[in-house]
Design a protein around this ligand. Sequence first.
Ligand SMILES: CC(C)(COP(=O)(O)OP(=O)(O)OC[C@H]1O[C@@H](n2cnc3c(N)ncnc32)[C@H](O)[C@@H]1OP(=O)(O)O)[C@@H](O)C(=O)NCCC(=O)NCCS
Length: 232
Amino acid sequence: MDQPQPPTVPQLVAETVVPATTVTPVPGAAAQQPPQQPSNTTIEIATEGDGDDTALVATVTGIVNRVYFDTENDIFVEGTKRTDEQEVRSIIQAGELAVLYRLPGSSAPAHPQQEERKAIGCIRIRRVSDDVGELGMMAIDPAHQGGGKGSALVRFAERYVKETLGLSVSRLELLVPSGFQHAFKTRLQAWYDRLGYQMVRLGVFQDEYPKIAPLLRGPTEYRVFEKALVAA
Ligand SMILES: CC(C)(COP(=O)(O)OP(=O)(O)OC[C@H]1O[C@@H](n2cnc3c(N)ncnc32)[C@H](O)[C@@H]1OP(=O)(O)O)[C@@H](O)C(=O)NCCC(=O)NCCS
């Protein structure tokens, strides 16, 4: 029998994300569960046409620069920006950006002006070899962090790498200062570990990010993590 072939890259892949509290009930504690919440976010691969959506490009660029400033301003010299609108547009046009949207109807009724669908996070997913898909530029708007949306982005990306790109390995990277203990990076690495990623080597940051590598404040390690994507 023919093996199913991975589909060609689609224009749109969507996944509705249900808040973790509604999908992982505690066994035997159904009576104490909060009422079921409607799904309030969705993840989609941005289409080529989304590259012309200046509001979307600006929002995503703003989120990425904001969260990387929050977590890496002690690693880079003042004023360093992780990305810019031109780069985000080209990543979107290459079909490499998954965007996390808050859906209409998910904000408090007292704020109807917030009712439109709004980008609140993203992850870049790209083929880097015959086997490996790399996940990068993962960012969640700070107002929405800590509720499982980062984990949902990784799950979406891993599924996309395996099922859509037809690759068997997912890769994540981490830039860590060598001179001091960085609390957020330590937390991030522990999360990668819980997600099943193992460090496979040290990379060369300059090769991956030639524009911002000269702006590092001091010595760093660029750690590369991988995970074999097994059949579900
Ligand atoms: C990485 C990032 C996207 C995660 O977003 P998030 O919304 O916090 O994601 P989650 O809520 O799914 O949390 C991810 C993990 O961190 C843990 N976590 C979240 N907030 C935490 C906190 N304040 N303290 C300790 N752990 C925390 C969660 O428990 C989860 O681990 P688990 O799934 O094993 O329970 C977000 O922190 C971010 O935008 N960071 C800046 C950019 C960055 O560093 N990107 C990664 C490199 S590409």
